[in-house]
Design a protein around this ligand. Sequence first.
Ligand SMILES: Nc1ncnc2c1ncn2[C@@H]1O[C@H](COP(=O)(O)OP(=O)(O)OP(=O)(O)O)[C@@H](O)[C@H]1O
Length: 253
Amino acid sequence: MAAASSSSPPRLAVRGLTKRFGGLLAVNGCSFEVEAGSVVGLIGPNGSGKSTVFNLITNLLHADGGEVLHDGVPIGGLSLHKVARRGIGRTFQEVKIFRELDVWENLGLAALGRGLTDWQDRATSLMADFKFSHLKHETGENLSIGQQRLLEVAMQLLVQPGLLLLDEPLAGVHPVVRDTIADIIRDQRRQGRAILLIEHDMRFVMDLSDRVVVMDHGEKIADGPPSEIRANEQVIEALLGASHRPSDQQGEH
Ligand SMILES: Nc1ncnc2c1ncn2[C@@H]1O[C@H](COP(=O)(O)OP(=O)(O)OP(=O)(O)O)[C@@H](O)[C@H]1O
């Protein structure tokens, strides 16, 4: 599906978002947008504020400043439940599934939590797409990390959210599952979903993203297509550190 027309508001707009933890400015006036039918990578060094941005978008945390708009509607005051019901799905760095329940039961509980009654056909087709139909009755704790991550994504996609936030979906996963996750993201984009992706695997982010937003010390330092981001010296320095600059390396010899 093509990206939304220029007249419709972006699926997600973050405007001047700010969050303090005591004296630490974890997110400082951050603004960016994610259009329907696009993938935006959110990258930056450890501690640069990426997960805090996710927590602010989903109202796990409350912002000290700025706002978040979903399809043009401010969602800052909504409960976690209402944010999810609006069609915002999210996965976590630490996978959130019910480890003692099996795959099918996990999907059923996710459906129940979102008020879905007619979910079985969609769950069956998601399991087939994600290549884990054979794991239907396997308990969460017996799944590999990659399978747990796929299950978490499937639980979010049951309700067909318009906006999907993925927090380090590759962490700890096998390369085969990595390809499955890449296929899923491409497929979801084709279906018109807006996807915001935090991931430390730069090749994955650059290959999949239509745009990349870069954060450093809570601030957005760049926002553009992967080709621009790759060539941005401020970004290279933030991600690799000053010691990796060619001039510094020359100076060492
Ligand atoms: N609940 C909290 N209380 C206090 N400080 C916090 C809290 N959550 C995050 N921080 C701090 O805010 C800053 C941003 O953290 P955040 O987790 O958003 O970074 P990140 O870019 O997602 O990092 P990583 O890539 O390591 O996951 C860090 O300095 C972190 O220690």
